[in-house]
Ligand binder design. Structure first.
Ligand SMILES: Nc1ncnc2c1ncn2[C@@H]1O[C@H](COP(=O)(O)OP(=O)(O)OP(=O)(O)O)[C@@H](O)[C@H]1O
Length: 310
């Protein structure tokens, strides 16, 4: 229990007859960003809502800092800060009014509130907008206010549901930076259906598809899934017949981009094929000028993992 803030064991949920998630298991360490990745309808919101205690699971257990969420929800929720997909902002309030209100709802001692509001604003870079009406802020700054309310009570664990949804590219970069900053002191769980988002922000990833876990591991583990499976070659005297290239062991498909540029698809991870292609090119006088490995696109990895059970 020492370095785990969240433990999810055998979590399953059924809406009427259909299972939305099935036997989900994971742990979240006390610091860093944990990404819950999945396409629309995969079961992310169901999982997040259970962890926030908005929804009660059909089966399984969630422990927040060792406290069983089902048995002692009030105690467990003290450790959690939550920003739902649609930030729960009062757009007619100023930033200060809203954050004082949120601290109040969290039942924080009155004397602690001014310092807590200042700390949250500073962390989220919104101190200069203290007296601004929230409705007049840009989308990115409204999202910062949403994150500030999630950390107002200095929780050990923060849940952000699709935190960069609907923001422009600059705002996305800023919010990602902010999330990384917040995760230096606590655990952050984000959900997203955008692969580059997890790559830019997360330390650990869990991917769910149709309610089942299809990948769980570090960002490095995830990147290892992107095994090279394509070679790009430039040959000034390329063979006209695909069969010459397909006869190389492990070769699966030949894709001609131009007369001299060819993409060669081979068995995943069989990088020794590079040597075989070079040898064949030399012995056949194909005038090989360039040869390089191309990694699979993230979307392909996503598609590949989606069919698996982990
Ligand atoms: N209240 C509900 N009643 C019945 N089925 C539901 C309900 N909420 C979600 N579902 C179903 O459960 C499955 C998982 O949905 P969930 O919202 O958890 O997925 P998600 O990964 O969060 O997707 P999105 O990114 O679109 O929000 C889907 O098949 C969905 O249709």
């Amino acid at each position: 229990m020492t370095n785990k803030i969240v433990e999810v064991k055998g979590l399953s949920h059924r809406y009427s007859v259909d299972w939305a998630i099935r036997d989900i298991n994971f742990e979240i360490e006390t610091k860093g960003v944990f990404g819950l990745l999945g396409s629309n309808g995969a079961g992310k919101s169901t999982t997040m809502n259970i962890i926030c205690n908005v929804l009660t699971q059909t089966e399984g257990d969630v422990f927040i800092n060792g406290v069983n969420l089902r048995k002692d929800p009030i105690q467990a929720k003290k450790f959690i800060g939550f920003l739902p997909q649609k930030a729960p902002l009062h757009t007619d309030m100023t930033v200060d009014e809203y954050l004082y209100h949120c601290a109040d709802i969290r039942l924080m001692p009155k004397t602690d509130i001014p310092a807590a509001v200042e700390r949250a604003k500073e962390k989220c870079g919104i101190t200069h907008f203290s007296k601004r009406v929230i409705g007049n802020l840009s989308g990115g700054y409204q999202q910062r206010v949403g994150i500030a309310q999630a950390i107002i009570h200095d929780p050990m664990f923060v849940i952000l549901d699709e935190p960069t949804n609907g923001l422009d590219p600059n705002q996305i970069m800023e919010i990602r930076h902010l999330i990384r900053g917040i995760a230096e002191e606590r655990a952050v769980l984000i959900s997203t259906h955008i692969l580059p988002e997890v790559q830019a922000t997360c330390d650990y990833i869990m991917m769910i598809e149709h309610g089942n876990t299809v990948f769980k591991g570090t960002i490095e583990d995830f990147n290892n899934y992107m095994e090279p499976s394509v070679l790009l070659v430039i040959m000034h005297n390329a063979p006209e017949n695909d069969a010459d290239l397909l006869s190389i062991e492990g070769m699966k498909r030949v894709e001609r981009l131009t007369r001299t540029r060819i993409r060669l698809h081979f068995t995943d991870g069989d990088t020794a094929i590079v040597g075989r292609v070079v040898n064949k090119a030399i012995s056949n006088n194909w005038h090989l000028r360039e040869i390089s490995l191309e990694k699979e696109s993230l979307d392909k990895v996503f598609a590949k993992l989606s069919g698996k059970s982990f």
